[in-house]
Design a protein around this ligand. Structure first.
Ligand code: PAF
Length: 300
């Protein structure tokens, strides 16, 4: 177990990365807001695999920054867990080289930014409906982190699927030249997707929350009979659940666009759900293959 080097300023980060850059070694980045769990550990492992080249390995950087720009009024910015000491232990265990944990002033030296990333129409769907401005904040900070770390590869979780789609689109539209990897969602044995927000759930809510992954799995099987059947099966499973207040449940194409009316067998799709359990908003999603039962989850 090696202790990662902690950088809290842009200058420290730049000097730590200088050698790797000079040696042409690839740099991997896992952007996080901390409160690291096994899901983040799997992102770090995916990054480590991607920076290994010809027996040599480039550095993996984990950024830990609770980005105020992506929280709306009344959201959980203040109560968002901040657990740096425990996060550093996870990073040490996973062989992270550099942890970049800057202050708000370090990331936004000019105060609230005047120039931001406009995320486009996909940001207004799904999460964007209840969290206006959220993805502008996410893409702006991700663009900043890409500018500071200049990674060759960046790993994001498929759990935040809309975020992953939007980051990919930003990289494409702004020619950022970063390989974006989508790592599969890590789940508890009962299917609950790991999330830093799960810690807000009491035992009863924790139990109720398993309905989300259950309905997605049921839909994966029913997709054999088409997207409408997948959605109907998921809705039936939801009706049987207690204490789950649905926000959305949709089947889309893999880029979150609408599926055409007639979908040929073999077409890939995505099912996404968001619901409130108690006061905690949870999201989850899975891939579907129309006309077949999809393999559960794979790196993308
Ligand atoms: O997924 C997250 O933890 C955040 O949205 C991210 C990508 C680190 C940006 O703040």
């Amino acid at each position: 177990m090696t202790t990662p080097t902690l950088a809290s300023t842009r200058a420290e980060l730049a000097s730590l990365l200088a050698d790797s850059r000079a040696g042409g070694r690839p740099v991997g980045l896992v952007p996080t807001m901390g409160a690291l769990h096994e899901g983040h550990a799997s992102l770090i492992r995916a990054a480590r695999e991607r920076v290994a080249r010809d027996g040599e390995r480039g550095p993996v950087v984990v950024s830990i920054f609770v980005n105020p720009l992506q929280f709306g009024a009344g959201e959980d910015l203040d109560r968002y867990p901040r657990t740096l000491a425990a996060d550093l232990e996870v990073c040490a265990r996973e062989g992270v080289d550099i942890v970049f944990a800057p202050s708000v002033e370090e990331v936004y030296p000019g105060g609230a930014p005047q120039v931001v990333v406009e995320p486009g129409p996909v940001a207004d769907l799904l999460e964007g409906r209840t969290r206006p401005g959220h993805f502008r904040g996410v893409l702006t900070v991700v663009a900043k982190l890409f500018g500071l770390v200049r990674p060759d590869v960046a790993v994001f979780g498929q759990k935040d699927y809309q975020q992953l789609v939007l980051v990919r689109r930003m990289v494409l539209d702004l020619n950022m030249g970063v390989e974006v990897v989508g790592a599969p969602t890590v789940r508890e044995a009962d299917g609950l997707a790991l999330s830093s927000r799960n810690r807000y759930l009491d035992a009863e809510q924790r139990d109720a929350a398993t309905a989300l992954s259950r309905l997605l799995r049921v839909a994966q099987h029913a997709a054999e009979y088409g997207p409408a059947s997948a959605l109907a099966a998921a809705r039936a499973e939801l009706r049987a659940a207690q204490g789950v207040d649905l926000d959305y449940l949709v089947v889309t194409d893999p880029d979150l666009g609408e599926l055409p009316p007639h979908v040929p067998p073999g077409t890939e799709a995505r099912i996404l759900v968001a619901a409130r359990v108690g006061t905690t908003r949870l999201i989850d999603n899975l891939p579907l293959v129309i006309g077949r039962v999809a393999a559960t989850e794979e790196e993308s």
